[in-house]
Structure formats: structure tokens, C-alpha cells
Design a protein around this ligand. Sequence first.
Ligand code: IPE
Ligand code: IPE
Ligand code: MG
Length: 238
Amino acid sequence: MIPQDRIPRHVAIIMDGNGRWARRRGLPRYYGHKVGAESVREVIRTAIDFGIEYLTLYAFSRENWRRPSVEVEMIMSIFRKVLNREVEKLHKEGVKMVFMGRINDLPPDLQKLARDSMELTRNNSKLKLYLAISYGGRTELVDAARKMVSLAIEGKLRPEEIDENSFRKFLYQPELPDPDLLIRTSGELRVSNFLLWQIAYTELYVTETLWPDFRREEFVRALEDYASRERRFGGVKE
Ligand code: IPE
Ligand code: IPE
Ligand code: MG
């Protein structure tokens, strides 16, 4: 049993390893993404059970557009199917859905699905689920810089008004607290352009488990590991 005050408020996950999962079974990469979608469902349910407030899932990076077009199309069709099937259920469970990234890059029907699900679930508060799709950490910072410069040109922002707190207001989702815990599956020791500003003091947890195998039990293991950590934020131990 993890004490409630040791449960992270915000968990972010780099869901990696779908391709390797499929390859190990001699299956096309598509199956890895498909089974990975089941892990998403289980992780969301587990987050609700543990009273986690914010869950951010890295589903597709801006760099992922460079993959072969067949794979990109398959991933988009999985997003489409999963959203069509799950949004209503998530809404009933009180999940608020927010899409994070350059949503305008998505095929028009998916943009609509994304906007409709945000609209439908906007007043929910059980779990706030942020889906990072066509997301890039550097792009987010560049977009923030653009917004700031535009305001400055209009005379509505002075350089001395910019500090860490006001900078945050220009990120895609200013209301999203920094992640307490960042999980990466499949063993890669890198952040792959995810939440660059927000992870300054986030606890990292990397598991060799491939995303399609990352289910409740694995998630609980990560939460237990987090519960045993001592966070310092640059200070000293009391
Ligand atoms: C993660 O799995 C899913 C996406 C990036 C969309 P990968 O497709 O990156 O799987 P690996 O890393 O090749 O195993
Ligand atoms: C990170 O995985 C992006 C997502 C999980 C959506 P990648 O597979 O794209 O990352 P790299 O290429 O291994 O760094
Ligand atoms: Mg990968």
C-alpha cells in the first residue's frame, strides 16, 4: 500500500517499444501499436485507482512524422479507432482529455475527434489525461518564444516581465503542473524531446519492459519506486 501523500500528482510516460515488441514475435510493427493501445487503457484505469491527478502520455512526436508513411497511417488509424471507441467511456468515468502538441498537423477528421473529445470532457476532473500527439518539446518552447515576441511587438510584454513563472504561461498547457514522475519503457536512456521545460526536477524511471507489456503491475512497481525517492530540488536534506 502506497501512502496517498507519496502518490505522484502528475505522471508522464514515454510509451516506447511497440515496434520491438512486434518484431520479437515476428509480427508487423502495427501489432505492437495495437496491443500498446491496450496498455494505454490499463494505465489510465490504474491512474484513476491510485488517485493520480494528471497523466501525460507521449503518443506521437513531431519527429515520428519522419517514419515510413505506411506506419504513420497505421498509427493514425489506431488513434481514430481508439478515440471512437473509448472517449464516451472515459467521459463517463470522469476523465478530462486534453490534446497537447501541433494538433493542426493531424488529418482533419482526427483533429475534429480531438477537439470534440476535449469539448465533451472539459468539465471532468477525476483524472486529467494529456495526450501528447505531434508534440515536440523544442517546438513547444519555440512556439512560446513566438507568442512572447508577438506580444512584445504590440507593446504588451516587456523583457523584465519575463521570468520562470510568466514564461510558463506561454507553454501549451500552462495549468499542467510539472511531472513528478517520468516513466520511459523499453530501456532507452533519453528524453526524446518530451516536456523539456517541465521535467527540470522530475524523477525518472526507466524500465526494460516494452510498452505493450507495461500493464498495471509494472505501473504499480514504478509508483512504489517513486514513493521511496527523496526529492531535493537542489536543497539539502533536513
Ligand atoms: C513507440 O514505439 C510508439 C511511437 C513512437 C509512436 P516505437 O514504434 O518507437 O517502438 P520501437 O522503439 O521501434 O520498438
Ligand atoms: C519517443 O519514442 C516518442 C514516443 C514514444 C511517442 P521514439 O521511439 O520516437 O524515440 P527515439 O527515436 O527512440 O528517441
Ligand atoms: Mg521507439
